[in-house]
Design a protein around this ligand. Structure first.
Ligand SMILES: Nc1nc2c(c(=O)[nH]1)N[C@H]1C(S)=C(S)[C@@H](COP(=O)(O)OP(=O)(O)OC[C@H]3O[C@@H](n4cnc5c(=O)[nH]c(N)nc54)[C@H](O)[C@@H]3O)O[C@H]1N2
Ligand SMILES: Nc1nc2c(c(=O)[nH]1)N[C@H]1C(S)=C(S)[C@@H](COP(=O)(O)OP(=O)(O)OC[C@H]3O[C@@H](n4cnc5c(=O)[nH]c(N)nc54)[C@H](O)[C@@H]3O)O[C@H]1N2
Ligand code: SF4
Ligand SMILES: [Mo]
Length: 702
């Protein structure tokens, strides 16, 4: 029996797991003991990673759609040539930007790096990632406030904090290991606070729950800042030495009065004052936010309002503190700095000639190859296809037909494409329905590469199972197309994931994420290594838990953190007489992952999961409308679409709110094309809707 330590490729925790293998089958999966992230624990998704292997058809070959609409299997070489020729033909017919890609936060660093190299450097196409749906807000907030997209915390901070404040985050379901670390907190009298309109599973387990109105976070946070200033609950020293624009900020928040907040948030005066006191009394206050903040129309400013609270109270850089963005996907952190989409390899700006020069020299290519501007954003790509400007699309490791906001716009878009390549481990995903080429690739257990988790920790994915004939990885598929494009010398140094790792390592040199002290081998069977880890400073950085900003130095030119703020916006999509309810969406259960392509293969998850789209409705509202548990309603959205959901009745959602897990395709049929102005992240969580009881008779299979 052999044992292979590897990384779970679901959520942004990046648990390490020991896989025991016999006859090329996983016989046992044990969360790695002593691993500083998950030390002997993991959730059900990690434990069932091997349960997917049976679902992936062994030996699969790529497929190309024929004139009669059927898909025909071809050899990999034929598929590579077909895609390469088509990409070039489209570009010469319709222009360089007529082809685009959608990358992901779930592959290895090396895989999205090579995709970014082939598509953006060589073809000069636009490539955005599904991280736009998830972390774009945090990225922009960090860049503007700290000078680099550098979340500073280490997971141990959850255990060291005396006041843990979750804002729009539900770790009990979405990040069980985060919650496990909270449970291990031994600080006497520590408090858990949740700010969420819904009484989420985390709110149910908290000491304080602030069930504010949807989209009123920014108003609440500015009011809290104003009260902290009025009461002089500030860390003057920190503000003075390590921040800029506090004076303007304190003048700005003056108009955010308690009365205004009571009206706008629906919280009582006492609740808001209590929250202020909690922040003041805490010696180590930590703020943690996730999608309830990131997915909104004024999300960047909301995230920055959280950062501002941490800065003004000096709760940053010290154990148990921080304004901490919890990351969604397993390698969203890697994709943010190494996918070549919104930032060049290793970070920085595409507009900076010195950065382009540096990256070009590491890659050994002419400077003209490095793009001079960030990619078109996800929504611009979809809009571009619908407008007939983009004719070719290649997506990998994402399922936008289901997960994209207002997802019928994706369905209509792909019908217009002349080339639509879908690269996935399942050809059954919704997004593959209209593809013209399908690339079947192997899942994580059959490949190798590097992951970076939410606390900046690099860890190794190592091959657990042998591959069968014809089975190739994402890395090899992209490399194959690159070669067929005739990239030649431009692919020198990209031969294997390990080679690519070395290129990315070199690109990180001198940047905030410098990991030049890390080698491919060091990550094997290791405890992972957090960036920064520059060459020459290994000894000094030997601690297993490291946080940033302990020295009060940020990555801005002045080395000071910035107070960034802006007036609260009027809700561009408020409820109305016609659409009086709010449709909130998010994670439904620990076992279900996003669009369910993977987790529905896991029998013991599927057995306990609801089969069809459902939503939660408040008990009083259900009673008023004469709707009982398990009855169905048709929900009409402000976006013009409607869909049917089974009702579950609960007191954990507010009277005016419906909460629908995102794991069903119906969910995003109803979400609107509304984005944050700075991050272009979709506003998934507060759609005005109305509903009626379904009179249709449904066949219930027995
Ligand atoms: N089991 C499981 N785990 C997952 C995932 C999965 O699919 N399944 N996905 C992973 C990924 S990629 C991500 S991004 C994370 C997401 O992790 P989370 O963000 O924690 O999960 P969500 O359920 O999307 O949203 C969190 C909360 O935001 C609240 N919310 C909605 N509107 C507002 C508002 O106006 N204000 C505030 N304060 N809160 C609001 C919702 O009620 C919800 O409880 O989970 C990761 N982990
Ligand atoms: N309404 C609503 N919608 C949302 C959200 C929400 O809160 N509410 N959250 C958004 C967020 S935060 C996110 S992150 C997105 C997620 O949205 P998606 O990224 O579209 O969701 P996944 O189901 O994770 O899709 C991953 C795909 O990769 C495939 N895959 C797995 N492993 C591999 C591999 O090794 N190689 C390849 N090539 N493919 C592989 C899987 O089969 C699956 O089809 O959804 C967003 N959509
Ligand atoms: S899904 Fe997240 S918490 Fe669960 S095992 Fe994987 S990395 Fe760990
Ligand atoms: Mo996400």
């Amino acid at each position: 029996m052999k044992k292979v330590q590897s990384t779970c490729n679901y959520c942004g925790i990046d648990c390490n797991l020991d896989f025991y293998v016999e006859n090329n089958r996983v016989v046992k999966t044990v969360p790695t003991k002593g691993y500083p992230v998950n030390d002997g624990f993991s959730c059900i998704k990690g434990l069932s990673l091997d349960k997917q292997q049976t679902a992936v058809k062994p030996n699969a070959l790529p497929k190309i759609r024929q004139a009669d609409g059927t898909m025909k299997e071809v050899s990999w070489e034929e598929a590579f040539t077909h895609v390469a020729d088509k990409l070039k033909a489209l570009q010469s017919k319709y222009g360089t930007e007529s082809v685009a890609g959608i990358s992901t936060g779930q592959l290895t660093v090396e895989e999205f790096a090579i995709f970014g190299h082939v598509m953006r450097n060589y073809l000069h196409a636009n490539v955005d990632g599904n991280t736009r749906l998830c972390m774009a807000t945090a990225v922009v907030a960090h860049k503007q406030s700290y000078g680099f997209d550098a979340p500073g915390f280490t997971l141990e901070d959850l255990e060291l904090s005396d006041t843990i404040i979750f804002i729009g985050a539900n770790p009990v379901v979405a990040h069980p290991i985060v919650w496990g670390r909270v449970r291990q907190n031994q600080v006497p009298g520590h408090k858990i606070v949740v700010i969420d309109p819904r009484k989420s599973e985390t709110a149910m387990n908290a000491d304080y729950w602030y069930g504010l109105k949807h989209r009123s976070d920014l108003l609440l946070l500015y009011t809290v800042a104003n009260l902290l200033i009025e009461k002089d609950y500030l860390d003057h020293r920190f503000i003075e030495d390590h921040t800029e624009h506090f004076e303007e900020f304190s003048r700005f928040v003056k108009s955010y009065t308690l009365d205004r907040a009571v009206e706008g948030t629906g919280l009582s005066r006492e609740q808001i004052l209590e929250l202020v006191e909690l922040i003041h009394r805490g010696k180590r206050v930590s703020f943690w936010w996730t999608m309830g903040v990131n997915q909104g129309y004024e999300a960047v400013r909301t995230a920055q309002a959280i950062i501002n609270l941490a800065l003004m109270t000096g709760n940053i850089g010290k154990p148990g503190t921080g304004a901490n963005s919890i990351t969604g996907q397993c390698n969203a952190m890697g994709s943010r700095t190494f996918s070549n989409t919104s930032a060049p390899f290793g970070g920085g700006e595409f507009s900076d000639p010195a950065r382009r020069k540096r990256v070009a020299s590491v890659l050994g290519v002419d400077e003209s190859m490095i793009p001079q501007k960030p990619t078109k954003t996800y929504n611009e790509i979809i809009e571009g296809i619908n407008a007939g400007e983009i004719k070719g699309l290649w997506i990998l490791c994402t399922n936008p037909r289901h997960s994209w906001v207002n997802n019928e716009t994706f369905a209509s878009a792909v019908k217009k494409l002349e080339l639509f390549v879908v690269q996935d481990i399942y050809d059954t995903i919704e997004s593959a329905e209209d593809c013209t080429v399908f690339f079947p690739v192997v899942p994580g257990l059959k490949k190798e590469g590097t992951y970076i988790n939410m606390e900046r920790r690099l860890s190794a994915m190592r091959q657990v199972l042998e591959r069968e004939e014809n089975e190739i990885s994402d890395y090899e598929a992209v490399l194959g197309v690159g070669k067929a494009l005739g990239m030649g010398e431009a692919l020198k140094g990209w031969e294997t994931p390990r080679d690519c790792f070395n290129l990315m390592r070199e690109c990180s040199r001198g940047m905030a994420c410098d990991f030049t002290g890390v080698t491919w081998e060091m990550l094997e069977n290791s405890h992972g290594i957090q960036w920064p880890y520059p060459e020459g400073r290994e000894e000094e950085l030997s601690a297993e838990q490291r946080r940033l900003y302990g020295d009060g130095q940020f990555f801005t030119p002045s080395k000071k953190a910035q107070f960034v703020f802006e007036e609260v916006m009027e809700n561009p999509l408020p409820t109305s007489e016609e659409f009086p309810y709010i449709f909130n969406t998010g994670r439904g259960s620990v076992g279900q992952w996003h669009t369910q392509s993977r987790t529905k293969e896991v029998k013991f998850v599927e057995d306990v999961s609801v089969k069809d789209a459902y939503l939660y409705m408040n008990t009083k509202l259900a009673k008023e409308k004469g709707i009982r548990e398990t009855e169905r309603i048709r929900v009409y959205s402000v976006n013009g679409e409607n869909a049917v959901f089974t009702v579950k009745v609960t007191d954990n959602v507010g009277y005016g709110e419906l909460f629908a897990p995102m794991h069903y395709i119906e969910c995003n049929k109803l979400t609107p094309s509304l984005y944050d102005a700075y991050s272009r992240e979709p506003s998934y969580k507060a759609t005005p809707v109305r509903f009626e009881k379904c009179e249709e008779v449904f066949h219930v299979p027995n």
